[in-house]
Design a protein around this ligand. Structure first.
Ligand SMILES: [Zn+2]
Length: 392
């Protein structure tokens, strides 16, 4: 958004001073650059990447039997054009979508059409930096029995829950960098692996990771992995940073809008927007997306999960380090939690930028205490809350 406005202003200034070249200097139109999809039974995520933010609208069109045209979802981007390489139809044929087509609907409108096979519902929401429109398409494949039907109200077998652990950052994105050069991506991966081992050895669960190595994984793909694998919980693990070197402690977030400036700063950092001069604030389009998302019934579960994790991390850490502050459960607009279809939280397990905590995060004992805290919180949630939520 900022970039677009800035370019427009630059264009306007140049137009004023070099009028004969006004046409050539008009602001560049957003270009549809890439379309990707991830398919699993009864879930498909389509990601459309643009060179800049564009206004869009989307709607469903019923099948046109006389002309043998399938039902479809249409997305129109105004003032946009399509990269010539994207003109060829993309076959999908996953039971939900037949294929994805593009076309320059009018000189100013670029259109993407999802030809449908059979779907239940879909949602569309944008993400930023780079600007993308995500379309989540849901359905019920014939081969996969509905999960509700598989659940028996009485005498259920012990379910094998799936837990998606999301170690923050990775690869070219180091995350926060600590007092002695320790990188967030390294600490959170180590803690995540400790946590995963504990979960699999002590509970009847399957652990999945959004990354198991030092690789870059875009934020929407992390949530998509959790949705695609039908994870029951999504736990994003991060280490905190502040310009205030005295700030320290543990805090756990669930998704929601906030007016708290420190949280907005942190969310901008975790969302990869820290390099923008004026990142989105509360009241922006981001807060509207978050508002849409939090109406789902997973919010209550996310809040309970956040409290379970926060309490148990503090209990474990305080056994040896009584000075670590309990910063509590908070709400924040974190992209990595947007669109998740299960209880999802983001834990900031300590401050890399604090003189003592930054060093502690390097130690095996402190990492172990945090991993054990995360484990205890998840175990409590699985035992007490998940069965209750499923019976609703
Ligand atoms: Zn982080």
């Amino acid at each position: 958004m900022v970039g677009g406005v800035f370019r427009w202003m630059l264009g306007a200034v140049l137009v004023a001073s070099v009028a004969p070249f006004a046409f050539a200097l008009s602001p560049p139109r957003p270009v549809l650059e890439e379309i990707r999809h991830i398919s699993v039974p009864d879930y498909t995520r389509v990601t459309i990447t643009l060179s800049a933010q564009a206004d869009y609208k989307h709607f469903r069109v019923a099948a046109d039997r006389p002309h043998d045209r399938p039902p479809r979802i249409v997305i129109d981007f105004s003032s946009a054009r399509i990269d010539p390489q994207l003109r060829a139809p993309i076959p999908v044929d996953d039971g939900l979508l037949r294929r994805i087509r593009t076309g320059q609907f009018s000189p100013t409108t670029a259109r993407v059409v999802l030809d449908l096979e059979q779907i239940e519902s879909y949602t569309a929401f944008p993400l930023y930096s780079p600007y993308r429109l995500i379309i989540d398409v849901k359905g019920q494949s014939e081969k996969t029995p509905p999960r509700q039907q598989a659940k028996q109200p009485r005498a259920p077998p012990p379910p094998q829950y799936r837990i998606m652990i999301d170690p923050g950052h990775g690869g070219r994105d180091p995350g926060a960098v600590g007092v002695d050069g320790l990188k967030e991506k390294t600490v959170v991966l180590a803690i995540s692996k400790r946590l995963g081992k504990k979960l699999e050895s002590r509970l009847p669960v399957k652990v999945l990771y959004t990354r198991e190595k030092d690789v870059f994984v875009p934020l929407p793909e992390r949530t998509a992995q959790a949705n695609a694998t039908k994870a029951d919980l999504f736990i994003s693990i991060h280490a905190n940073a502040s310009e205030n070197p005295h700030l320290q402690g543990v805090e756990t977030y669930h998704l929601n809008n906030t007016n708290d400036r420190a949280t907005i700063r942190l969310a901008n950092f975790e969302n990869g927007l820290q390099h923008l001069r004026q990142p989105p604030q509360a009241g922006s389009e981001l807060s509207e997306i978050v508002s849409d998302m939090i109406h789902n019934d997973k919010l209550e579960g996310s809040i309970i999960l956040a409290h379970a994790l926060q309490d148990s991390i503090m209990t474990q850490v305080a056994k040896r380090h009584s000075k670590v502050r309990n910063l509590g459960v908070k709400k924040g607009p974190f992209y990595v939690l947007v669109g998740a279809e299960m209880p999802c939280v983001l834990a900031e397990v300590s401050f890399l930028t604090h003189r003592v905590q930054g060093k502690l995060l390097r130690s095996s004992a402190y990492r172990e205490a945090i991993a054990e805290g995360l484990f205890q919180g998840i175990a409590r949630f699985i035992k007490e809350e998940l069965p209750r939520m499923e019976s609703l």
